[in-house]
Design a binder for this molecule. Structure first.
Ligand code: 5GP
Ligand code: MN
Length: 334
């Protein structure tokens, strides 16, 4: 993979570009993709952003979000955009399988493939890119790429808002270890450019419906289990809870973090029966590596302190498997 700045000559004449991200995109996947979208459009390219699946309502305020094509519900439009694509940008994921049903179509493309990502162990299928696990967010990598290409004059309020949103959420509102001086310098630059950060916090965190809060209360009371001997807390959510509280895509985001707020807890797992499969989210504090854990036991991956995986067993069996895996790692959890 050649360094990202080597794409500069390619971007000098108008190209047909597709930008895509991981399925069920979060604010970093969507924010980095839309920042890239505005930047490339301003440079005169023909750009389409495709999301492999639908995405949470709390992202819909993002400038340009109304133009994102959902590969599942707008398949014809997405396939048309992919036809004859010259450059494919893959943002905020490290393996093509993270694009779900889009994967075979992306593999068939004859385009130049560019990766911009901060997850561990990327697949070796990209021509150009940056894979920087020390970056707090993919949005930050897009910001740095724009600077490296000498194009910082293109950073307007739309781009600033998208970059800030991705970084704010991936750093847990600027509290995780990844929140380096480099992050704060970028944010200072965005603020000097006129960004109003308060609006973005409200748009993302103060925009839920009542049912989501009631679901959180119900889950904390009834679905949480704490294993003090292994410093682990879990929450297992049956599909019937998702139906009962009428949860939408994105409504369970952030729930796993509550578990880590218990004194002494080092490993937190949120295990949700999504009906088609069981999804797992892992978070850790300190030196327990949940990327390795997710890869080893649940066909997943991610970052050192935040990862996810899946299981095709029932919810109960998945919880049993998790408990066994937790005991196998007892020493590392002390
Ligand atoms: P979340 O728990 O918020 O869904 O995901 C946490 C982190 O783990 C994210 O960086 C996400 O990209 C990654 N991740 C979540 N699920 C999976 C998965 O099934 N496979 C892989 N490789 N990574 C995942
Ligand atoms: Mn990210």
């Amino acid at each position: 993979m050649k360094p990202i700045e080597d794409i500069k000559p390619l971007l000098e004449s108008p190209k047909k570009v597709v930008i895509t991200m991981h399925q069920k995109p979060d604010a970093d996947a969507m924010g980095s993709s839309l920042a890239m979208f505005h930047y490339l459009r301003r440079k005169g390219h023909d750009v389409t952003v495709i999301s492999p699946t639908n995405f949470p309502d709390f992202l819909k305020w993002m400038p340009g979000c109304d133009q994102v094509v959902d590969f599942e519900s707008q398949n014809d439009k997405a396939m048309k955009a992919l036809e004859g694509t010259e450059i494919l940008f893959c943002l905020d994921f490290n393996a093509m399988s993270r694009t779900r049903n889009m994967e075979p179509h992306l593999e068939r493309l004859h385009s130049v493939k560019v990766l911009i990502d901060h997850h561990l162990e990327p697949q070796p299928v990209f021509d150009f890119g940056v894979s920087d696990t020390s970056a707090a967010s993919t949005a930050q990598l897009v910001y740095e790429m724009i600077y490296r290409l000498g194009d910082e004059h293109y950073i307007d309020n739309d781009i600033a808002q998208c970059i800030y949103a991705g970084t704010m959420t991936d750093t847990g509102s600027f509290r995780f270890a990844s929140t380096s001086a480099r992050v704060h310098r970028m944010v200072a630059d965005l603020l000097e450019r006129g960004l109003e950060h308060e609006y973005i916090h409200q748009a993302i965190y103060d925009n839920f419906l009542e049912n989501r809060l009631r679901f959180i209360g119900h889950s904390l009371l009834n679905r949480m289990e704490v294993f003090y001997e292994t410093n682990t807390a879990i929450m297992a959510i049956p599909y019937s809870d998702l139906k009962r509280f009428d949860l939408q895509t994105g409504d369970t985001e952030g729930l796993v973090n509550f578990l880590l707020s218990i004194q002494g807890i080092k490993l937190a797992a949120l295990i949700i029966d999504r009906n088609s499969e069981v999804k797992l989210s892992f978070r850790s504090k300190g030196n327990f590596d949940v990327n390795t854990f997710a890869r080893k036991y649940f066909e997943g991956g991610g970052h050192f302190n935040a990862s996810g995986g899946r299981s095709s067993d029932s919810l109960d069996r998945t919880v049993q498997r998790f408990i066994r895996a937790m005991h196998e790692n007892e020493d590392l959890l002390q």
